[in-house]
Design a protein around this ligand. Structure first.
Ligand code: FES
Length: 255
C-alpha cells in the first residue's frame, strides 16, 4: 500500500530532495564524542566533591543497596556536573568512578551516552532547544536560529561573557506545548541549580527570555502563551464543560 503510494508520488518526492539544501556536516546534539587531554581537562587535575556535596553523595548512595553502588552513577554525574558549572571534566568522571568503585570506563560510557551530560564548558545559562519531531514541526529550527543569531554563537559554543550557550536536546516530554526550550541555570552552583521548561515559545519570546536572564531576572517558566493554562487548550476548555453523563446502564432502577 505504502509502496504504491510512494510510486505514484515519486516525481513529487524527487522534487523535494532536489530542493533540500546540501548537507555539509552532520549536526550532533552533543558537542563532543571523544576526549582529548587539554590543560583544563585531563586526569592529572585534582577534582573532588565539595563538602556540602559530600553529604549529598552519601544521601544519593543511601538509595541503593551497598553492593549496587554503581546504580548511582547518573545522579552522581549530575551532581558533579552541577558543581563544576555545567560540564564534566575527565577528572570529575574519575572521581565518580572512585566513589562507586568501578573502572573509570564504566562512567565514561554513561557520560558519553546521555546528551544531558556536557563534556565541554557551557554557559552559566545553557539553553537547550528541543529538536524532536513535534517541536521541529512547530518551529524549533527557527527558535534555535533566533537564539544563535541573537547570541552570535554556533551550537554548543559559549558566548564571550561566559553567560550563554545553546545546545540541542531530544524530546523532553512536553510536546503538547511545542516548541519548547529548557534553561539549565548553573549561575548559582549546585545549591541554586535549576532546570526549567519554557513552552509555546516563539523566536521573539526566546530572545526576551535571554535578555531577562542577562539582567538577572527570573522569567516565568511553563507556557509562554497567555491564552493557555498549563497544557489546556488555547482559549479554555473545548470539552468537559459540565458533569459528564454516566453510561446508560449505570442507573439500574431505570434499566
Ligand atoms: S518533541 Fe519537543 S518536547 Fe517532545
Amino acid at each position: 500500500m505504502f509502496g504504491r503510494l510512494a510510486a505514484t508520488r515519486l516525481p513529487e518526492i524527487r522534487q523535494i530532495f532536489r530542493q533540500a539544501p546540501p548537507q555539509t556536516s552532520r549536526s550532533f546534539s552533543t558537542a563532543l564524542n571523544y576526549h582529548i587531554d587539554t590543560p583544563d581537562n585531563n586526569s592529572e587535575l585534582p577534582w573532588e566533591f565539595s563538602n556540602a556535596n559530600k553529604d549529598k553523595v552519601k544521601e544519593i548512595l543511601s538509595h541503593y543497596p551497598s553492593n549496587y553502588k554503581q546504580s548511582a552513577v547518573i545522579p552522581l554525574l549530575d551532581l558533579a556536573q552541577q558543581q563544576h558549572g555545567g560540564w564534566l571534566p575527565v577528572s570529575a568522571m574519575n572521581a565518580v568512578a572512585k566513589v562507586i568503585g568501578v573502572a573509570p570506563i564504566r562512567v565514561y560510557e554513561v557520560a558519553t551516552f546521555y546528551s544531558m551530560f556536557n563534556r565541554q564548558p557551557v554557559g552559566k545559562y545553557h539553553l537547550l532547544v528541543c529538536g524532536t519531531t513535534p517541536c521541529m514541526i512547530r518551529g524549533s529550527r527557527e527558535i534555535e536560529d533566533a537564539l544563535l543569531k541573537h547570541l552570535g554563537v554556533k551550537r554548543n559554543e559559549v558566548t564571550k561573557d561566559g553567560l550563554f550557550s545553546v545546545g540541542e536536546m531530544e524530546c523532553m516530554g512536553c510536546c503538547v506545548n511545542a516548541p519548547m526550550i529548557t534553561v539549565a541555570d548553573y549561575s548559582n552552583g549546585s545549591e541554586g541549580y535549576t532546570y526549567n521548561y519554557f513552552e509555546d515559545v516563539t523566536p521573539k519570546r526566546v530572545v526576551e527570555i535571554v535578555e531577562a536572564l542577562r539582567k538577572g531576572e527570573k522569567p516565568p517558566h511553563g507556557t509562554q502563551n497567555p491564552n493557555r493554562i498549563r497544557c489546556g487548550p488555547e482559549g479554555g476548555n473545548t470539552t468537559l464543560h459540565g458533569e459528564p453523563k454516566p453510561p446508560p446502564c449505570r442507573d439500574l432502577d431505570a434499566c
